[in-house]
Design a protein around this ligand. Structure first.
Ligand code: SF4
Length: 313
């Protein structure tokens, strides 16, 4: 029911098919590849950008107190300053982007699973954490979706990332001509926002309804709240709550057996026995059957292109 704006997503260049890895390789990732058909990709390889060639000697992250440093054991080069200054320049040069899809485990790009050492030679393991480039990206854009392809194997993290980049692209391209336009936008996102943060949803509703500021001021405040709100990953409990709210729009038209079946499935979802998509498909089906225009515009039910839901199925 929804047409999708193309999100602008920064990709680690190796995930976007460029042979820039330390060993001259690239990375095959199904989701990154499929997603690239639906988004505008900005590619970056931070290690090539700081002058390391392809192929190159490995670099590692090591810790010195609270500091995270980047070192190339084979050459004895400390690359921390180069990486920080490249990253700052690169982030300054970006247009408004909707998210980052980075390569897991990399000392530069990894969002979570990068090995950190206690020493510059990589002899003593310290902990797993972020790569230096990824760390600086997250510090600069704390509310933007920033993930690596490893974390996106988790269905909840993937769903949050994909729905967020498409919501942010929608927001970025939206130019309300009146408060009514903003109200309509807010209405389409009602259940989506409710799943992320119920109190913020109310705050945004009040902001739009009050009309105490100019359209421009209201829109700017709305945008900020929207971005902050969707940065919260919805819990199972919140999804369950939203699903029951949506069901409430349809239940009076359903037969007793259908109601019973649906509520049983909702409990199964809450207990982790079935995926949420089963319930969502039923709700979408009933929204079509009963021609419920309000539900047919809800982004919660149509958060991103369907092909992306089936990448790992
Ligand atoms: S992980 Fe990052 S630094 Fe490493 S090859 Fe890919 S883009 Fe370059």
């Amino acid at each position: 029911m929804r047409t999708f704006e193309r999100p602008i997503v920064v990709y680690s260049a190796c995930l976007a098919g460029e042979a820039v890895r330390y060993n001259g390789g690239t990375v095959e990732d199904k989701l990154a590849k499929t997603l690239s058909n639906y988004v505008n990709v900005i590619k970056v390889c931070p290690e090539v950008a700081i002058g390391l060639g392809v192929p190159r000697e490995k670099i590692i992250v090591y810790r010195q107190g609270p500091d995270m440093l980047l070192f190339q054991p084979a050459t004895g080069k400390d690359l921390t300053k180069e990486m920080i200054s490249f990253t700052e320049e690169f982030l300054d040069s970006l247009p408004e982007v909707d998210g980052f899809l980075l390569k897991s485990k990399s000392p530069s790009c990894g969002v979570s699973n990068t090995l950190h050492y206690r020493d510059p030679w990589g002899k003593e393991f310290y902990a797993r954490g972020k790569g230096l480039f990824a760390k600086l990206v997250i510090e600069r854009f704390p509310h933007l979706p920033v993930e690596d392809e490893g974390r996106l194997k988790n269905p909840e993290i993937r769903d949050h990332f994909l729905s967020s980049i498409f919501a942010l692209a929608d927001l970025r391209s939206f130019r309300p001509k009146s408060i009514k336009d903003l109200m309509n936008f807010h209405q389409r996102y009602k259940y989506f926002l409710m799943a992320h943060h119920q109190l913020k949803l109310k705050q945004m509703g009040r902001l739009v309804a009050e009309g105490s500021k100019s359209l421009e001021e209201t829109y700017e405040s709305y945008k900020k709240l929207f971005v902050q709100t969707i940065a919260n990953r919805p819990s199972k409990k919140k999804h369950y709550n939203v699903i029951l709210h949506i069901y409430g729009h349809l239940s009076s038209k359903l037969k007793e057996r259908e109601k019973h079946h649906f509520l049983k499935l909702a409990e199964d979802y809450k207990e982790g026995k079935i995926p949420r998509t089963l319930l969502i498909e039923l709700l979408k089906n009933w929204a079509y059957r009963f021609e419920n225009e309000y539900l047919m515009t809800q982004t919660y039910l149509w958060p991103y292109p369907e092909e992306l839901q089936h990448v790992y199925n």
